[in-house]
Design a protein around this ligand. Structure first.
Ligand code: AMP
Ligand code: MG
Length: 302
């Protein structure tokens, strides 16, 4: 790493530090995290260039991750509707080799999925070594939408004991344990909560109605879900408090300015993959000797 790169890396780490949820901290979303925050030293007019630099670096590190074939990176996105999950994924991953990434969007569970434990469908989509896996929503919906709407839990085919009052505490523990197992086995986990304000969500819903090209994104159900805003904020705060761990911490990304959200989310992902420090495998002396022999044969063909 050159001095200049080391300086940039240090700056990036300072930049993302305020977004990290300290493990064990009790999060009060409205007080602790401002959806409109933007660091003064990150200027909107430089945003595109900054993002592209990050995108290029991510592509470079992904190539090493694939060649090393030891670690995987799992990036989880959770947010309220219209916070910008899709756009952020599109922009941040735009430079990465498509063969190295798998994106999964988790919807309302299917009949087959309902016949399994709640981590089953996520386990099936975990990234293989060398891959980047993106979860657009995830098993965290099991302590979010399912918590906000008790009838969803009531409809799950669980044994009665697993629906008891301690269900959320238990799910937090199960998720933490499972993530620890994944990290121990080489899957690095990045968890991003895109934190949009209620006012900005309203603006984005209105834009979806007004702009014909965005109509497809609009659903009247999203507006109904907005009535549960406070219940969601509470569920998110409890999720962040209980499941930000040393091995898989949450980052709360300010989401009211799209350009800032993309840079911030990209920086957290980049930091994680740089921290893994994946390296191209170095060929052994024997392998090198073999290679040179093969090269001599090739050249002898004339
Ligand atoms: P979208 O991401 O807009 O396509 O919507 C997907 C929908 O699936 C959202 O309303 C989620 O709340 C819902 N969803 C995702 N996972 C679950 C789950 N485990 N249980 C119930 N609903 C879910
Ligand atoms: Mg939706």
């Amino acid at each position: 790493m050159t001095d200049d790169q080391a300086k940039r890396l240090k700056e990036m780490r300072t930049f993302i530090e305020p977004f990290r949820v300290e493990p064990g901290r009790r999060v009060r979303l409205a007080k602790d995290f401002d959806p409109g925050y933007h660091a003064d030293f990150v200027k909107k007019q430089d945003a595109e260039e900054t993002l592209q630099r990050g995108v290029r670096l991510l592509a470079e590190y992904q190539a090493r991750l694939a060649a090393q074939d030891t670690y995987a990176l799992l990036v989880i996105f959770q947010a309220m509707d219209a916070a910008g999950k899709d756009g952020t994924i599109r922009h941040v991953m735009s430079g990465v080799n498509p063969q190295g990434v798998e994106v999964t969007s988790f919807k309302v569970p299917s009949a087959e999925e309902m016949d399994h434990d709640y981590l089953w469908r996520a386990a099936k989509r975990l990234p293989a070594r060398g891959m980047i896996g993106i979860f657009n929503r995830s098993y965290y919906e099991e302590v979010l939408v399912v918590r906000v709407h008790p009838q969803i839990l009531a409809g799950q085919k669980l044994p009665p004991k697993a629906k008891g009052r301690d269900v959320w505490e238990r799910r937090f523990r199960e998720i933490n344990d499972w993530e620890r197992y994944l990290v121990d086995n080489g899957i690095r986990i990045v968890k991003l909560f895109l934190n949009v304000s209620r006012a900005e969500q309203k603006e984005r819903f209105l834009a979806r109605v007004d702009d014909p090209e965005r109509n497809w994104k609009f659903s009247a159900a999203d507006i109904r879900e907005r009535q549960y805003w406070d219940a969601y904020q509470k569920a998110f705060a409890e999720m962040l408090s209980a499941t930000s761990t040393e091995w898989a911490p949450w980052h709360v990304i300010p989401a009211d300015r799209k350009w800032f959200m993309r840079i911030a989310a990209g920086a957290v992902i980049l930091d994680a993959i740089i921290d893994l420090d994946p390296k191209f495998p170095v060929a052994s002396e024997e392998a090198r000797t073999e290679m040179f022999k093969a090269r001599d044969e090739l050249l002898a063909e004339g």
